[in-house]
Design a protein around this ligand. Sequence first.
Ligand code: DGJ
Length: 729
Amino acid sequence: MITVDQQNLVFTLHTRRTTYQMKAGRHGVLLHTYYGPRIRGGDLSPLIQLADRGFSPNPPEAGHDRTFSLDTLPQEYATSGAGDFRLPSIQAELADGSRIVDLRFCGYMVHQGKYALEGLPAFFAREDEADTLTVYLADAVSGLRVELLYGVLEDCDLITRAVRVVNGGEAPFRLLQAASLCLDFLRADLDLITFDGRHTMERLPSRAPLRPGVQGVGSVRGISSHQHNPFAVLCEGDANEDHGLCYGAMLLYSGGFQAEVERDQFDNSRLVLGIQPRNFSWTLDPGESFTAPEAALTCTADGLGAMSRQLHRAIRRHLLRDPWAGKRHPVLINNWEATEFHFDLEKLEGIAGAAAQLGAELFVLDDGWFGVRNNDRQGLGDWGVNEEKLPGGLERLSERVRALGLDFGVWVEPEMVSEDSELYRAHPDWALTAPGRAPTRGRSQLVLDLTRTEVREYVYRSMGQVLSCPGLVYVKWDMNRALTDVWSAALPAARQGEVCHRYVLAVYELLERVRRDYPHLLIEGCAGGGGRFDAGMLYYTPQIWCSDNTDALDRLGIQCGTSFAYPAGTVGAHVSAVPNGQTCRSIPMETRGVVAMAGTFGYELDVRRCTEEEKAVIRRQIAFFKEHWDVIQNGDAYRLTDAFRPGPFTAWQQVSADRRRSLVSLVTGGASSNPPFAVLRLKGLDPELNYRINGGEERWPGDALMAAGWPVPYLPGDYQALQLWLEAE
Ligand code: DGJ
């Protein structure tokens, strides 16, 4: 719900449990007055106190009132060059060379329903589920105008934001930054949590109190990256899983981003989130506009767990466009870790057939099936099937796989080219390369300049040949390197700062076309595992391969970090062989299954090589998952152990919406001698109900399971797991 106090220009956005407020204050400065737990309303601008602060200048309209300074006021969209020295939201180089953007309120509009953004991912909602507020700001001198868009999704406590910058003047200007979100707080006693790591170790949570100055994370890699995720949390210092004020902010964007927080001289703080400004510029001629990607905010006073559940709900209901919505995603078998590039029809059929007998439902053919590709230095760009490996093409494999009772899926990496390929030999200039420079390789491959229409058309046409394969229901869209040599022959020198963003727009355009022309296809996103695991990508690819690391122990941390923002049903997770290819660690099959079940469940090993006991375990795991998948993937998720203080085990829980069914999973680390006994306190149950555990005779009261807990039995050995299936009587 959006309410507007027209006289005082106070705009209040209410979701079920939160309130967000802004006010067009004195001299037309758009002040941020509140974001937090729901309140009745009113005008909260008296919270903002003014004082003459030395070296904080005063805008011309304030005359000699030295208490009014942009440098100290909480604002909705911070300006640059006009007296606010903190993190800006927007920067531009104007026609006269100045870099001053001074924005003032000049109008608003409220409408029912949620705005959409052309060519960009965005949360969606039915007309009756959301409202939009647009606030218009303008820089009087240059004619630069800003439209701030706010979407209010009441049911899941989500406020979305997007920004359109318009050149309403008479001369072109160069936009140097256009953040999607600026959020000011009249406090700085907050912790910042970011999700950081590296290839094969993505999204590990890291938490620290705000210190004076600027802190934050970002990516300059052209992809959202393995190193940092475009999602950040600000929370009270003592906030934990169950208590405390928490704010979650995510950017729906898959390219370079910046998430920064500044704690200022007066212990106020400011979060700015948006496209990475480093190396970014965008020229706007008169009348043109630029749309910054959407950001989404949630807030709760009930701790990090509640924050995650709000985001999960919002993503499931209002972001994923899943052709299998409401249905179980198939349990898949992928051949990558089993074969890498070395396979033929018979081998693939063997793996698929063995997995089918154990209950798998989809065979995904991974890398190496096209062009001449026997290693990762060859073949990308040549999307004709390699008949030596697969006589009869994808069609025959698809037929054989389907004869085994499985659906068929295929891997592609459309954004790339190998120098050793027909495509590169014909069009070396199609790769991102700057004049006179040899291109930098990543995984021995180059990035196609998708900002060029002819390159995009080639990619789309060649994908068309693959995606129209009879029986194909699934495609894994991979991307295995970061962007370098960012220069495009399609753009003049002054516009080269646009290439990275245009690249992301091109990827979105391609994915949107695939969705439109092959609506039945489930697209799995992937970028060397989780290098592009972000809310932007989820709009096109409702599940994403979470990490190239399939070691179950490492996955506990990776998946736990991922769970802070993203729901289990989006997290690609497979059981792979041991010793694990990345860590050389051997973890029991039972445990590998329990960990993979915290995501979209599948296998990635040569099932033919499994022992009979292992096969029996796999059969049981698949049957179990098929029975309980909806609780796992659509239930409310609870982290039962502290992500920031690792203990002897990691535990998590999913609970059905009616709280009658729940799955508890627990995995231990390395064994230690003579260990203490542990009690696991469950969450999210109905205190009034009695639960039966794993179909046994005993009944456990919900209130006791949550308040007193459940006794964790001694589990001898390294990396043991257990699952408790709770069903209310
Ligand atoms: C990286 C992906 O994350 C892997 O799962 C696999 O598809 C390889 N690429 C294939 O090259």
